[in-house]
Design a protein around this ligand. Structure first.
Ligand code: FES
Length: 142
């Protein structure tokens, strides 16, 4: 069996939603300390809906495929869907990732959560801190 599914290869070779959103109102960035890969997600939220989303990923093919799939899964959806998106859902949508590449999909989940958190902070929207305890930076803590 091939190490990577056709979907992973497709999203790696033809990633969707690559780039920068100049008018983003929520931006989230995460890095993995071990592999050094970095993922940045840009959200444009309008009326509680993700009107647009883009990503920049400096990382492995699985991280690029995960970012691409994750952005496709939340584009046009209510912001609440971005918050409940799990790395398992991203991995399933890609028809699986090798076990040692699961952390690449975790980056996508965390970068999106950070982007939502950034949006809430910019807009002064109240949020449940427990939802973000895994992704809140130390310097964000109050
Ligand atoms: Fe680190 Fe893929 S090897 S994100």
């Amino acid at each position: 069996m091939a190490l990577y599914s056709e979907k992973v290869m497709d999203h790696f070779r033809n990633p969707r939603n690559v780039g920068v959103l100049e008018d983003a109102n929520g931006v989230g960035e995460v890095g993995n300390a071990k592999c050094g890969d970095i993922m940045k997600i840009y959200l444009k939220v309008e009326d509680g809906v993700i009107a647009d989303v883009k990503f920049e990923t400096f990382g492995c093919g699985s991280a690029i495929a995960s970012s691409s799939m994750a952005t496709e899964l939340i584009k046009g959806k209510p912001l609440s869907d971005a918050l409940t998106l799990t790395n398992q859902a991203v991995t399933e949508a890609l028809d699986g990732l090798p076990a040692h590449k699961i952390h690449c999909s975790v980056l996508a989940e965390e970068a999106i959560k950070r982007a939502v958190l950034d949006y809430y902070k910019r807009e002064g929207i109240e949020y449940d801190k427990d939802l973000f305890k895994d992704v809140e930076c130390d310097h964000d803590a109050d």
